[in-house]
Design a protein around this ligand. Structure first.
Ligand SMILES: [Zn+2]
Length: 119
């Protein structure tokens, strides 16, 4: 099985895909807060800077974006093709469904990889 891990490049790709700012933060002294100097000028805690796409919340943002844009079928078909290659056998829909949605980071990573070709 491949190891589906998010990288900063993939996080930036998905953040911009869902229409959000990939914040370029600068710390505000030693306050524990930073400000985005790129475009949104948002002030945020240093503990919660950009999306990591490793959480259920981030996965849900990506999933709802896919559904809203009508790309959910493309992602499902892409996921099915790579899962079948990995297990080298015919698989049930429920098995693919479980594999795709069990791990938030794996789901987001598959979407990021697909983004370069499918979407
Ligand atoms: Zn920003």
């Amino acid at each position: 099985m491949n190891d589906y891990k998010m990288t900063p490049e993939r996080c930036k790709l998905l953040t911009e895909m869902i229409g959000e700012c990939w914040h370029d933060y600068e710390p505000i002294g030693d306050s524990g807060w930073s400000i985005c100097t790129k475009c949104c000028w948002k002030v945020i805690s240093n503990l919660a800077l950009n999306h990591t796409f490793t959480t259920p919340d981030d996965m849900h943002k990506v999933f709802t974006w896919l559904v809203d844009k009508g790309y959910h079928h493309d992602i499902y078909m892409y996921a099915e093709s790579i899962y079948q290659k990995e297990v080298s056998r015919t698989v049930w829909v429920a098995e693919i469904f479980a594999w795709l949605f069990y791990d938030a980071e794996r789901f987001c990573c598959i979407v990021a990889i697909a983004k370069e070709g499918v979407i």
